[in-house]
Ligand binder design. Sequence first.
Ligand SMILES: *Cc1c(COP(=O)(O)O)cnc(C)c1O
Length: 370
Amino acid sequence: MMPNDQRGLRVPGPTPVPDEVARAGAAPMVNHRGPEFAASMTEVARLIAPFFGSGSDVLLLTGSGTAGLEAAIVNAFSPGDKVLSVTCGVFGNRFAAIAEAFGASVSSLQTEWGRAVSPAALEEAVLAMTGLKGVLLTHNETSTGVTNDIEALAGAVRRLAPDALILVDGVSSIGAIPFRMDEWDVDVAITGSQKAWMCPPGLTMIAVSERGWRAQRHATMPRYYWDLGKARKNAAKRTTPFTPAVGVIHALEAALRLMSEEGRENVYARHRRIGSQVREGVLGLGLDLFADPAAASNTVTAVRIPSALEVTLVRRLREEQGVVVGGGQDWLKGRIFRIGHMGWVDDDAVDGVLMALRAVLQDTRLDEAV
Ligand SMILES: *Cc1c(COP(=O)(O)O)cnc(C)c1O
């Protein structure tokens, strides 16, 4: 049995936290209006920007990834605005539900789960709309293990609707999969500390383009805590409008140092390598992948559950092997499980999950033979 430490934690967030990062997160508190905190804010801003591929400030808000999605919506739009939701899974649907909750008029382009959104289909959907104010995209759909081609999708929107805002949920991609906000002309990009950033949950990080800021000034959806104008003003003074998750910001500073030491391209390459190792390993055990191989994510892998194991696989991995994977969400519950491999992940972690899976599968096959 594998030791039940956090290296067995293989859900797609929260992800394991290296000791150095955990220690930084447990450091003594400081005044969030004081010089020590300002120094951390400066360091985080400097080190995180390249991972967004943006010259825009990356704002730190205290909340989970969903809070970042909500902040993006309420700062971009007014009630009644026509918004196109482009979804291929649970998180795309959530982004749309938030826009609806705040009164946007949402149209939806649905893609079969397990497949990436086709730029041609998006073009058609954009052409069919008049007065389009914004488009909601998901970079990495964590519920199905699919990565969308944001460059192609954003390009399609920009050609046909030059003024539309492009909002991208990058919660489980930014920091692990290349993201080039400025080059792709994305207006709002959102991520979360507990995904690729090797940190505990508690922060959402969000960047806004100049086009986005112009829209922000006139957007009238209700906002107070998530008012990005306040966050921006305070970020210029290297603080936050309200008391932030100081410990998580300290952790993030340490994590970003580790990521910068490794080198951004090396971080991306490690995720590509690990992603393909996981997929090959899973196929080698005779299991089927859920996602279209052409769009397979390098941060999370969705695996079809053999029918004999439907109910027990995830539980047995945890109880017998000390490996914690994610279950399926929505209608995929009981049909797939998901292996998270973002952030602090290396070859040993992959071996650990595959060994655990092999053991549970072998056992079941023996049971069946009895
Ligand atoms: C995890 C995740 C979210 C939600 O983040 P929370 O921190 O759980 O609120 C949103 N979108 C994607 C793609 C995610 O992976």
